[in-house]
Design a protein around this ligand. Structure first.
Ligand code: MF3
Ligand code: CO
Ligand code: CO
Length: 249
């Protein structure tokens, strides 16, 4: 039985607004990513942008998370905490923004490159973005959630990169995280059906080395166990009878 919420057209209109704001935060902060800026400065800039647009940064105090965005640099997979670290040329940084606007959530992330990056880093970032789109392209009304991970893994395997298994996409809407858990890797078990009215994220995390992750002592920062680079892109999408709407573009 599906415990996945089905939303209506009025809800979709609310989501379009929240997700469009989250996207604009990423556009804005992308212009500030450069050598020498600290991740905590990026956090403050986003915090102010979000609050002046009458929204709330959803990660702030979420289950105790202390900041308004997640900043995940190099070997950090996700949930990096903004701090006094100064970005250096050659770094890759995922910035993950979630806003709550009028009680509706928009969640999106991109990985940015700082200055000149290695060929490996550039390739990983490119494949991570494509992997997200391959996953989204696999979403069809009346299809299955497992189609997403199957498509992403078929795509990513060829490049010798790996897909993180410990973190997944998620339902979203008038709550930040809800059912289903959206796997980005191949699964064999029969999964739930994708239906019109569902809102969820597709956010594959792709590693240059092993897929294995661990969480640092701060209780949040997820890193690759082999210290290899990790890149991620995320969109919030809506499924309609007509197909799929990417809300965070
Ligand atoms: N935005 C993240 C996601 O894609 C979740 C961040 S939760 C936090 O689901 F607490 F780490 F901020
Ligand atoms: Co998400
Ligand atoms: Co996110």
């Amino acid at each position: 039985m599906s415990d996945i919420k089905i939303y209506n057209e009025h809800d979709l209109e609310k989501m379009r607004k929240a997700c469009s704001l989250a996207k604009r935060v990423l556009d804005f902060i992308g212009n500030h990513v450069s050598e020498g800026i600290t991740t905590s400065q990026l956090d403050t800039l986003c915090h102010n942008f979000i609050t002046t647009h009458n929204a709330i940064p959803a990660t702030l105090n979420y289950k105790g998370f202390p900041k308004s965005i997640c900043t995940s640099v190099n070997n950090v997979i996700c949930h990096g905490i903004p701090c006094e670290y100064k970005l250096r040329a050659g770094d890759i940084i995922n910035i993950d923004v979630t806003v709550a606007l009028d009680g509706w959530y928009g969640d999106t992330s991109r990985t940015f490159m700082v200055g000149k990056c290695t060929k490996l880093a550039r390739n990983l970032v490119e494949i991570a973005e494509k992997a997200m789109h391959v996953g989204i392209d696999a979403v069809k009304p009346y299809g299955y959630f497992s189609d997403i991970g199957n498509a992403i893994q078929n795509f990513v395997d060829e490049f010798g990169f790996s897909i993180v298994r410990d973190y997944c996409g998620h339902g979203i809407g008038d709550v930040f995280h809800s059912a289903p858990s959206v796997a980005h890797y191949k699964t064999s078990e029969k999964s739930q059906q994708i239906l019109p009215g569902m809102f969820f994220t597709v956010e594959p995390m792709i590693n240059a080395g092993s897929y294995k992750s661990k969480v640092l002592n701060d209780g949040w920062t997820a890193v690759t166990i082999d210290k290899s680079l990790s890149a991620q892109f995320e969109h919030t999408i809506a499924v309609t009878e007509r197909g799929v709407e990417i809300l965070t573009t």
